[in-house]
Ligand binder design. Structure first.
Ligand SMILES: [Ca+2]
Length: 604
């Protein structure tokens, strides 16, 4: 009893193990099919764009964009670019004047100094604009008030990131006083349209007609403000523009995201500042007035996140071009489109409140192509608008969920199985082409005339059947008895085979003809193993009918098989007028009688 129980337990374990193995195999097969049909831009628990199950708002890390991209600023003018030029600066209450000259390495003050990221003040490298007063007016400047009245050229600095970034900070470290007026602009595209980002002035209302430090509300979240913050604190100052200050969270508000997004930055320097009096209350000496009245900046940093619309957590620089590594079923330079198989709802920017991931089309693993259909989306109450394309496995419908006409769902298969739709069997209608193919008999009468026409009357056992390439079915048979043809009394090698040719020497052409006739003439059938070849369409219509493992009386005319290149030469072909009758022992005595009668009357 105990042994019986143990054996039962063993079988039970084996069967459980087997079913687990089958389940695992089935899952693996399904997973492989999923891979084939669903692109790999799906959720992955190893990144910050998903919690393993659901999509999550994500963004590439905060970075110093000017440092990462290694792009240079472009300046509308630079000190010493055309000719050697004088510039003056005050350091530790002492004035020093030097010459800038772009043709002399030691005297260059180029734009690359704007983002060469020196670490200490001692190593400070500056870009200088050169004088902004027209050369003709420069000689007339004798006092600070002359400088105030002089007309000046605007100087612009531009940098293009060639990819949108969500800018958080723009900081500028000046080598001289902060300008009396300047504007930071941003551009979101390549069309050179600039939108004011921030104004700075000693007097905002007077310079720009804008009240300083307006309050930001929901109504003016994208309005550039004007700051007078640096009007009194000018020397050695780092100007810092925090783009999102008091404007809200970009990961929540698309308006703030728009506000932060820029592909290029332009700084327009509109009016320089006169150096403020030094700690001893001394003004700028008149000899340095013109040469010190220009712009000088040691560092500009633009920091933020590579713009991937909340659908990527990394942005790689490929050939100097930033590119989002998109997740959430999105594609595009800024993950700004849904992948061709994630078309179940329209693309949307991701936010913290809603990651708005692109949703995969449900095509039940029958296709990897789908399109968004707006009316379908609206009909579903904005839930699902993916219209599957080119459904395979005999399916159709928006989700490849129904069977094509002529096919019906298999209740034992799931809708995502490739065998879900099975063909509806059509009732068998006898082929009209068989109707007049041959006459079928249950019995055959053999009057002498009919008997003589037969080139074969055989008792055969059908051993097996095969279909050869082309149009024939081949039966391997064992011929048990040959009633016709009787053994030939003529020698097959006889030269006198054709009694009408009496020549002692055959011509070559005649010999050729004989050989051809000989190879095409039907073989002499003897007992034993043979191949019987039957045209496939005659076999289909049972003209005549031959079944494996049955014994027949086979009567009719036989022909040679031309395909005699391979295998045995013991083969012949039967035509559609041949007849087969299931063997009955009585046939043997009947045939012997018929043969004797015909021999006696010499009918054949
Ligand atoms: Ca520098």
């Amino acid at each position: 009893m105990l042994i019986q129980r143990r054996i039962m337990k063993f079988f039970l374990l084996v069967s459980i193990a087997n079913s687990e193995f089958e389940n695992r195999t089935r899952l693996k097969v399904k997973e492989n099919r999923m891979k084939k049909y669903i692109p790999t831009t799906t959720f992955d628990s190893t990144d910050s764009c998903s919690d393993g199950l659901n999509a999550k708002y994500c963004t590439p890390p905060f970075e110093d964009i000017t440092r990462v991209l290694k792009k240079k600023f472009e300046a509308s003018q630079t000190c010493g670019i055309d000719q050697s030029e004088r510039y003056c600066k005050r350091e530790n209450e002492k004035w020093s004047c030097k010459f800038c000259d772009s043709s002399q390495t030691a005297q260059m003050l180029p734009t690359r100094h704007l983002n060469d990221h020196e670490k200490t003040t001692d190593e400070e490298t500056c870009w200088y604009s050169g004088s902004v007063i027209e050369p003709g007016q420069q000689t007339q400047i004798r006092s600070e008030s002359d400088l105030e009245k002089a007309s000046t050229r605007n100087v612009t600095l531009k940098i293009d990131f060639s990819h949108p970034y969500e800018i958080s900070f723009i900081t500028m470290k000046f080598c001289g006083p902060v300008p009396a007026a300047m504007v930071i602009y941003k551009s979101t595209g390549n069309n050179d349209e600039w939108q004011p980002y921030q104004y700075y002035a000693d007097n905002c209302l007077e310079t720009f007609g804008i009240e300083p430090n307006e309050e930001i509300t929901r109504l003016n979240q994208e309005k550039a403000l004007c700051s007078e913050r640096y009007s009194k604190n000018k020397e050695g100052t780092r100007v810092s523009f925090n783009t999102v200050n008091n404007r809200g969270d970009s990961s929540v508000s698309p308006v703030v995201q728009n506000w932060m997004t820029a592909q290029a930055i332009k700084i327009e320097l509109l009016k320089p500042s006169i150096w403020p009096v030094d700690n001893n209350g001394l003004k700028t000496p008149s000899s340095t007035l013109v040469a010190s009245y220009q712009y000088a900046i040691s560092d500009i940093r633009v920091s933020g996140h590579c713009q991937c619309n909340g659908h990527a957590d990394s942005c790689e620089i490929i050939d100097g071009q930033p590119k989002c590594i998109c997740k959430h079923g999105t594609v595009g330079a800024t993950c700004n489109m849904c992948h061709s198989f994630y078309q179940d709802r329209p693309w949307q920017r991701g936010t913290k409140a809603n990651p708005n991931e692109c949703r995969v089309c449900n095509c039940n693993l029958h296709t990897n192509k789908c399109k968004f259909n707006d009316s379908l989306f609206k009909m579903s109450g904005n839930q699902s608008g993916g219209m599957c394309q080119k459904c395979r496995h005999n399916t159709s419908g928006a989700s490849c969920q129904v069977c094509k006409p002529g096919y019906t769902p298999d209740p034992n298969k799931s809708v995502d199985s490739p065998k879900y739709c099975k063909k509806i069997p059509s009732p068998e209608i006898p082929s009209p082409s068989c109707a007049n193919m041959c006459k079928k008999h249950d019995s055959i009468s053999l009057p002498p005339k009919e008997y003589c026409k037969k080139t074969m009357i055989l008792k055969i056992d059908v051993k097996s059947r095969k279909t050869v390439r082309g149009k024939y079915v081949v039966y391997i048979v064992n011929i048990q008895k040959v009633y016709r043809p009787k053994k030939s009394r003529k020698s097959t090698n006889s030269r006198n085979k054709n009694p009408f040719i009496l020549s002692s020497k055959e011509s070559r052409s005649t010999r050729k003809k004989h050989t051809a006739t000989s190879s095409n003439s039907p073989p002499h059938i003897t007992k034993g193993k043979w191949e019987i070849w039957q045209n496939k369409k005659y076999a289909k219509c049972g003209c005549p009918k031959l079944r494996v493992k049955k014994t027949y009386l086979l009567l009719g005319k036989h022909k040679s098989v031309r395909h005699a290149r391979n295998g045995s030469r013991r083969k012949f072909k039967i035509d559609r007028h041949s007849n087969s009758l299931l063997w009955r022992d009585q046939f043997d005595s009947n045939l012997k009688s018929i043969e004797a009668l015909n021999r006696e009357k010499k009918t054949c």
